[in-house]
Ligand binder design. Sequence first.
Ligand code: HEM
Length: 369
Amino acid sequence: MASSLSTAAISSRIFAASSSSSTSLLSLLRSTPSLSFSYSFRSLAFSSHFSPLLRRSTASVRSSGRFSTVASPRCAASDPNQLKSAREDIKELLKSKFCHPILVRLGWHDAGTYNKNIEAWPQRGGANGSLRFEVELKHAANAGLVNALNLIQPIKDKYSGVTYADLFQLASATAIEEAGGPKIPMKYGRVDVSAPNECPEEGRLPDAGPPSPADHLRGVFYRMGLNDKEIVALSGAHTLGRSRPERSGWGKPETKYTKDGPGAPGGQSWTVQWLKFDNSYFKDIKAKRDEDLLVLPTDSVIFEDPSFKVYAEKYAEDQETFFKDYAEAHAKLSNLGAKFDPPEIDALTQVTSKNFVAPEYPRKGCKLE
Ligand code: HEM
């Protein structure tokens, strides 16, 4: 049976590619200290709606090879105690590597292959961990994301009770929050695909420079079941990070804002403080602030298309509204196409934009406090 890439397998593939940046990443990976595992006997906070899950969990909760009879709200797909520990490890990783942006992009590119017109899982794509397989990492849109996988593979290796699908989304949401963004109402329990032949075909993610950017964005995001407000809110994630010509072909090799890092120097950012999540993406595009800041054709269209513009203007003015809409849209994106275990959460992936209400969203399933 095909299995996911182990740390060693990924490392050897990167080594085979033998670019200078990947070689340094390999060294980085090799030098990552194995972090000590601490198991918490404290059960997670939960409320009465977790009781069906609790019944399922009291028998035997696997935690990194150990067994416990401690009761905790249980996602069958991922162990909540391990999810919490993994989140702490992700926070440490963010502090040392400043990799917030690429972890956000990793989560988005796993989820963003979702096609609402396909019912069958995993053919419908979405947040199912398929992006760990080489065949999908090699899609042109995913250039550079092997670096993100390498950064979090040691955390995956440490927590066998957390699925890739959950870990990608946990890493992305944690990165947004740690960069100063809103708290995202996340749910966990996503099931992983198990083989490369379950990856989506290439071409489901957006291009940055299509002939008609507004039509293209609608074509891609409507296919995911997202609407104009969500397209604009999610585009605001570009307040973080940089584009690198050697990866996507977009952006300058370096600018005054990126030449010294933090993290690996270079690339062109959308904002001045590209590790801080705020509404400066909208403010800076509107003000045409600086030639050293990146504006992709799909970024500028949010201030040109009449429907997108309503939201872009609002977010440039009002960071609170941006944060609220972003958190809702990000949570929705993170669940697209996912098969949750326990399965009752699955119904929530079908919720349309119209009736999606973030505050009620976390009622079922496994929620990390
Ligand atoms: C609207 C359509 C979108 C297009 C055309 C687009 C395109 C791109 C491109 C070309 C890059 C540069 C990649 C590189 O060279 O390394 C990039 C980076 C990035 N994208 Fe998007 N993107 C889109 C939407 C999104 C969404 C919805 C999110 C998240 C919710 C997102 C998050 C990011 C982040 C955080 C980076 C920076 C990665 C880094 O610094 O390593 N993007 N995007």
